[in-house]
Design a protein around this ligand. Structure first.
Ligand code: ARE
Ligand code: CA
Length: 445
C-alpha cells in the first residue's frame, strides 16, 4: 500500500446540513480531515427569521454571525480547526433576498429602496421575473445597486477574514450573472464560488451563463442518476457526463440535496426512499469522472417538510448512522466515506476504462489503472467473476467492506461486513464476489 490518503488532492465535499459549528469542528478533526474531504458546506450562518423550520435559515434578517448553529466565536473556531486539518469551509450565502414580511433590516441596514418592487409570483419562463420578483415571497434585494452589492461583499469579506474558503451562492438563478460578478469583484482573495442555478427545460436562465464566475450546480446529474438507481437501470450511466449541460470542470454534482429530498422526493434518490440504491448511487457518483461531488448529510424528517434539526446535537456513535438515529450521517457510511479516498486517488486519470456491464443493472469500470469499482444493482444475485481491472499487480483493500488504516498499513474488515476485504490483482485480473445490491472498490494509495 503506497502513499497516503492525506497526501492526495481533495476532490469531494460534504454538506453538513443544520450541524452546529462546534460539532463540525470536531467532525473535521476526527473524521473529515483523515478521510480526505475537501470542504464542508455549512448552513447559512447569519441571524435569520426565527421559526423552528429548517428553511428559516434561508431568511436572513442581518449579516451578523449568530443563529441556530452557534455564535460568531464558535464559527471562527470551527473555520480554524477545520483548516488545520485540511478541510475548507464553504458558507451558504443567501444574498438574493432577505426574510419575507418586512423591508426594513436596520442591522445591515437595508430599507425599502434597497429592494426590487415586483412582488408577484415568479413565472419561470420569464427571465425578468425570475431575477427581479420575490422568490416565494422573499424580499428581493436590488443587487443592481452599488450600495447593496457593497453590503453583500462586506458580509462575504467578513467570512473570508475568518478563514472561509468558499461560498455557495443561494438562488443564484434569481440574481443576474453580472450582479454576482460585480460582487465577486469586491471580494478579498480568490474564494471558491459555486452557484445554485437549477437548469430546467424551457427556462430562459441557463446554468452556463454563470460559469465565467465560478462553478454551478448540475441538477440534471441527480435527476438522471436517481431514477436510474431506483429502476435498477444503470448501464446507460456510462454516458451520463455527456448528457449534462455543464462541462465537468464547471459542475458541482450531488445525489440529492436538502431541497430535492423535500421538494422533489419523487426525483433524485435519497436515503428516505431506498437505502441500498441511495448508497450505490453515492458510490457511483464518487467513482464517476464528472464534476465536483457534494455529499448530502442530513437528518430523518419522516416526510415532515418543515421539520428542523433534531434537538439532540449529537452526531457520533449510536445517534448517527444506519441505526435509525436522528442524524443520518450519510457521509459516515463506510463505503461513501471511503469512496472519497477513491476519488482523491483516481483524480489523475479522468476517464472511464475497462468498462463492463451485465444486463442493465450490473456495471464495473476502472479509472485508468488508479482505481476499479463494481456495482451490483441486481437484488438477490451475486456477481462472481474475474475482471480486467487495468490496475498494477498487488493486494488492495476493498474499501466498501473494509477500512484502510494508514498508520498501520492494515486493511481492517468491518465487523458488520461479510464481503471480501482484500482483492488481489494479478496480471491486471482480479476476482470479485459482490452480493446483490452491493459494491466493491479498490484504488491505488
Ligand atoms: C418558505 C416557505 C414558503 C414561503 C416562504 C416565505 O416554504 O411557503 O412562501 O418561506 O415565507 C428554502 C425553502 C423554501 C422556503 C425558503 C425561505 O426551500 O420552501 O420558503 O427557504 O425560508 C427555486 C429556486 C431555488 C430554490 C428553490 C427552493 O430557483 O433557488 O426554489 N433553492 C434555494 C435553497 C432553498 C431556499 C431558497 C433557495 C431560498 O436551496 O432551500 O428555500 O433562500 C423549478 C425551477 C427552480 C425552482 C423550483 C422550485 O424546478 O426551475 O428554479 O427552485 O421549481 O420552485
Ligand atoms: Ca433577485
Amino acid at each position: 500500500y503506497a502513499s497516503s490518503v492525506t497526501a492526495a488532492p481533495r476532490t469531494a465535499f460534504v454538506h453538513l446540513f443544520e450541524w452546529k459549528w462546534e460539532d463540525i469542528a470536531q467532525e473535521c478533526e476526527t473524521f473529515l480531515g483523515p478521510k480526505g474531504f475537501a470542504a464542508v458546506q455549512v448552513s447559512p450562518p447569519t441571524k435569520s427569521h426565527n421559526a423552528g423550520a429548517w428553511w428559516s435559515r434561508y431568511q436572513p434578517v442581518s449579516y451578523s454571525f449568530e443563529g441556530r448553529s452557534g455564535s460568531r466565536g464558535q464559527f471562527q473556531d470551527m473555520v480554524q480547526r477545520c483548516k488545520n486539518v485540511g478541510v475548507d469551509i464553504y458558507v451558504d450565502a443567501v444574498i438574493n433576498h432577505m426574510a419575507a414580511y418586512d423591508r426594513n433590516f436596520p442591522e445591515v441596514p437595508y430599507g425599502p429602496n434597497d429592494f426590487n418592487s415586483c412582488t408577484s409570483d415568479i413565472d419561470y419562463g420569464n427571465r425578468w421575473q425570475v431575477q427581479n420578483c420575490d422568490l416565494v415571497g422573499l424580499n428581493d434585494l436590488k443587487t443592481g445597486s452599488e450600495y447593496v452589492r457593497q453590503k453583500i461583499a462586506d458580509y462575504m469579506n467578513d467570512a473570508i477574514s475568518m478563514g472561509v474558503a468558499g461560498f455557495r451562492i443561494d438562488a443564484a438563478k434569481h440574481i443576474p450573472a453580472g450582479d454576482i460578478a460585480a460582487i465577486k469583484g469586491k471580494l478579498n482573495g480568490n474564494p471558491y464560488i459555486f452557484q445554485e442555478v437549477i437548469g430546467a427545460p424551457g427556462e430562459p436562465v441557463r446554468p452556463t451563463e454563470y460559469t465565467y464566475i465560478g462553478d454551478v450546480t448540475e441538477f440534471e446529474f441527480a435527476r438522471k442518476l436517481g431514477p436510474a438507481f431506483r429502476d435498477s437501470n444503470i448501464a446507460w450511466l456510462r454516458d451520463l457526463g455527456n448528457q449534462m449541460e455543464l462541462s465537468s470542470a464547471d459542475a458541482v454534482t450531488f445525489v440529492t440535496n436538502h431541497d430535492e429530498e423535500r421538494h422533489n422526493p419523487g426525483g433524485p434518490i435519497w436515503h428516505g426512499v431506498q437505502g441500498d440504491g441511495y448508497f450505490l448511487a453515492n458510490v457511483f457518483a464518487l467513482a464517476y469522472p464528472y464534476g465536483y461531488p457534494k455529499i448530502m448529510s442530513g437528518y430523518y424528517f419522516n416526510g415532515d417538510f418543515d421539520a428542523g434539526p433534531p434537538s439532540s446535537g449529537v452526531h457520533t456513535g449510536n445517534a448517527c448512522g444506519f441505526d435509525g438515529g436522528n442524524w443520518v450521517c450519510e457521509h459516515k457510511w463506510r463505503g461513501i466515506a471511503n469512496m472519497v479516498g477513491f476519488r482523491n486517488h483516481t483524480a489523475g486519470e479522468w476517464s472511464i476504462t475497462n468498462w463492463w456491464q451485465g444486463g442493465n443493472d450490473q456495471i464495473a469500470f476502472g479509472r485508468g489503472g488508479l482505481g476499479f469499482v463494481v456495482i451490483n444493482k441486481r437484488y438477490g444475485s451475486s456477481i462472481n467473476q474475474s475482471f480486467d481491472t487495468g490496475m498494477p499487480d498487488g493486494q488492495y483493500c476493498n474499501i466498501i467492506e473494509a477500512n484502510f488504516d494508514e498508520s498501520t498499513g492494515q486493511c481492517n474488515a468491518a465487523a458488520d461486513s461479510s464481503g471480501q476485504s482484500v482483492i488481489t490483482v494479478s496480471g491486471g485480473q482480479a476476482n470479485f464476489t459482490v452480493g446483490g445490491d452491493q459494491a466493491a472498490a479498490i484504488h491505488v494509495g
